[in-house]
Design a protein around this ligand. Structure first.
Ligand SMILES: [Zn+2]
Length: 374
């Protein structure tokens, strides 16, 4: 990304090195600072940070940083390509990364006032908000916080359940329904080289469209059943005969059907193939495999928590969809870059340890003196 951005700077003022400015983006998320002004103040105070960023003695001004943020927004495809490469790098180092996904959405309250009326006792409705891209959405209760409406945006994210790391994400206005973005998230995950073999989603996503979108992308959906009229009627139950309820006997992924068998095998066709749909998924909801895989859905919730509380995803101090998107992209990019660095140092340290095994002991026995093992 640094090289790409350097090329866009062939004219105009020389400015700060692009590496310094990209480094500032990392500093912001690592220290969980909400605004660029605070980041600049921190760097100005600490010579060690200046040395790491390559700007010792001349820290960038806040105006330079805001100009750079604008540049990143204009060159959004470059940021996207950078994220793609980091994800591909992680995939190369962590083979299990991106196989089993957990998808969910989380609220990001806007840095704006979403009041409906012009003033407290007024009857006149506002026709304009400080953040015109934000909207009212619903969030569920968490701990002691009540569920209800909030004004702002929603972060839709797919994380890997094995490593707890984000794979794909998108920021949309709060009123956009969460089920509209699952297909895009899966497509982007595939583009970035993730396998996306299964996807665990909560009850809110239990509609036929999500099931078929996942199946079209060769991804098994794991979604609990919502009490819709057909479920109340009992349409989701397995076939049944006088010998009792039929047993699950495996699925054929290519045909998109699962086999169900008579418990005693006395019926004339002893088994039948049922086409996969929302009511009869290829991994039955009562199976051990489904339960074990669905339990890992918590990974996405933990990741939302970490991003919001330790990486500065919250509170938002920018307005407008493109600015909020850049904020989320840079925050998650920092998180992934840290993970990539960790994975690379972990794997590069291994050969050294193995090489030491072959070396002689620290204090070799003196020549001529026989050594007897105790
Ligand atoms: Zn039977």
């Amino acid at each position: 990304m640094i090289a790409d951005l350097q090329e866009t700077r062939w004219t105009g003022r020389p400015g700060y090195p692009v590496r310094t400015m990209v480094g500032l983006c990392l500093v912001r998320s690592l220290y969980a600072l909400p605004t660029w002004t605070r980041v600049v103040a921190l760097v100005a105070d600490h010579w060690k940070l200046q040395r790491a960023l390559g700007c010792e003695g001349k820290p960038p001004s806040k105006w330079a940083v805001y100009r750079f943020a604008a540049k990143l927004r204009e060159n959004a495809p470059m940021v996207e390509r950078c994220i793609d490469e980091v994800v591909e790098g992680l995939k190369a180092k962590l083979p299990s990364y991106g196989t089993d996904l957990a998808i969910d959405a989380s609220d990001m309250p806007a840095y704006a006032n979403g009041q409906r009326y012009v003033s407290k006792d007024s009857e006149v409705e506002r026709n304009w908000h400080t953040d015109p891209d934000a909207s009212w959405g619903h969030r569920s209760a968490v701990s002691t916080r009540r569920g209800g409406g909030f004004f702002g945006y929603r972060l839709h994210m797919a994380t890997c359940t094995a490593t707890d790391l984000p794979v794909t994400w998108t920021v949309e206005t709060a009123k956009a329904h969460e089920t509209r973005f699952v297909a895009d998230l899966l497509d982007t995950a595939k583009r970035r080289g993730a396998m996306a073999a299964t996807a665990a989603l909560d009850k809110g996503y239990d509609i036929e469209r999500i099931h078929s979108e996942c199946m079209e992308r060769d991804c098994l959906p794991l979604i609990p059943l919502k009490q819709t009229p057909d479920v109340k009627r009992g349409d989701h139950k397995p076939p049944c005969c006088e010998h009792g309820e039929w047993k699950f006997a495996g699925s054929d992924r290519k045909r998109g059907r699962s086999k169900w068998r008579c418990p005693t095998g006395e019926c004339a066709p002893a088994s039948t193939w049922v086409k996969a749909d929302r009511l009869h998924p290829l991994v039955p909801r009562e199976s051990k495999r489904w339960k074990a895989a669905y339990r890992k859905r918590g990974s996405v919730e933990r990741e939302f928590g970490r991003l919001k509380h330790s990486f500065g995803l919250k509170p938002l101090r920018v307005r407008g969809l493109d600015r909020v998107r850049l904020h989320a992209d840079l925050t998650i990019l920092t998180k992934l870059a840290c993970a990539l660095l960790k994975a690379r140092t972990a794997t590069s340290a291994k050969p050294r340890r193995e090489a030491r095994r072959g070396l002689p002991k620290r204090s070799p026995p003196r020549s001529g003196v026989p050594v007897r093992r105790q």
